[in-house]
Structures are given as structure tokens and as C-alpha cells.
Design a protein around this ligand. Structure first.
Ligand code: 4NP
Length: 158
């Protein structure tokens, strides 16, 4: 699975850490590979935004190992699912996908959010304060739990 946002220093790496932990708690680590990338390359090689790191560390996650990566066309063939954080990401990732089969595996991350009403964008916290990062983390934790249950059903029925 590839989690995608714009810069790969806030939302998608936070989602990677949260989902990886949720999979581990569900005993599904080793069954689902999770990685993340950005549609932009401005932050290549950088760690997560310090506000993202603070929000994660405050809830007991380890944000220290992330280094920002850029989504490349040859990643698509390697993963079953590509989950994007907002509709701009959806547009950009769709236009990068090499084949229609690749495009058919792209979804909005918050399509699994049980509390989603209206649009499925996960707002970019980059221009917000620490509270914007806390809200992102609330959404990521809730959605990751629901996603893990969906993945469990898929794995069990395979
Ligand atoms: P992300 O947030 O897409 O959630 O990683 C952003 C990070 C950096 C920028 C924009 C969004 N930027 O413009 O550099």
C-alpha cells in the first residue's frame, strides 16, 4: 500500500506510522506493506515536519525514521492499493499512474473514515498550528482502525 500526500512530510508519513502500528496491534504486520510518498519533491530526504513529529510522539509513536520520498511512476505496479489524502493528490496521482489498471487501485484514504461527512479531503495541516496536526492525527487513528478491519476481512477471505 502506498499512502500519498503533497510533501510527504506531514499527512502521509503520519498515516504510515499510525497504520503500521494499527496493523501490528491487529497481528497483521508482515501481511500488509505500508509506505508513503509525496506528489511533490521539495522535501526529498527530509524528516517529518516537527509539528507532525511532536503530535505523534505525544501519543507514543516513533516518528524519527521517516525520510521524505517522491512518488514515481514505477511504484504503481508494486502495490495493490494507493490511498491519497485529498482531491488534489487524487488528480496528481491519477495523472502519474502509467496504466488504467494502476488508476483503478487509487482511492481516497478517508473513504474508510467512519465519521466522514461531505468531502473526503484530509485538510493539509502545513499552514495550520499544532492543533491542525492533532486533528489530522484524530482522523488518521480513527480511519486506520476502520481500514485495518477492512484489510482483515480481505485477507481472511483470500
Ligand atoms: P503534506 O503537507 O502534503 O501533508 O506533507 C505539506 C508539506 C509541505 C508543503 C505542502 C504541504 N509545501 O508546500 O512545502
Amino acid at each position: 500500500m502506498i499512502l500519498v500526500c503533497l510533501g510527504n512530510i506531514c499527512r502521509s508519513p503520519m498515516a504510515e506510522v499510525v497504520l503500521t502500528q494499527a496493523l501490528k496491534e491487529a497481528g497483521l504486520d508482515g501481511r500488509v506493506a505500508v509506505r508513503s510518498a509525496g506528489t511533490g519533491d521539495w522535501h526529498l530526504g527530509e524528516g517529518m515536519d516537527v509539528r507532525a513529529q511532536a503530535a505523534l510522539a505525544d501519543r507514543g509513536y516513533d516518528p524519527s525514521r521517516h525520510r521524505a520520498r517522491h512518488l514515481e511512476a514505477d511504484w504503481f505496479a508494486e502495490d495493490d492499493l494507493i490511498l491519497v489524502m485529498d482531491s488534489a493528490n487524487l488528480r496528481d496521482v491519477t495523472s502519474t499512474a502509467p496504466t488504467s489498471a494502476d488508476r483503478s487501485r487509487i482511492r481516497m484514504f478517508r473513504a474508510s473514515d467512519p465519521d466522514a461527512v461531505g468531502d473526503l479531503d484530509l485538510p493539509d495541516p502545513w499552514y495550520g498550528g499544532q492543533d491542525a496536526f492533532e486533528q489530522v492525527l484524530d482522523t488518521l487513528e480513527r480511519t486506520a482502525d476502520a481500514l485495518v478491519e477492512q484489510l482483515r476481512l480481505t485477507i481472511d477471505s483470500a
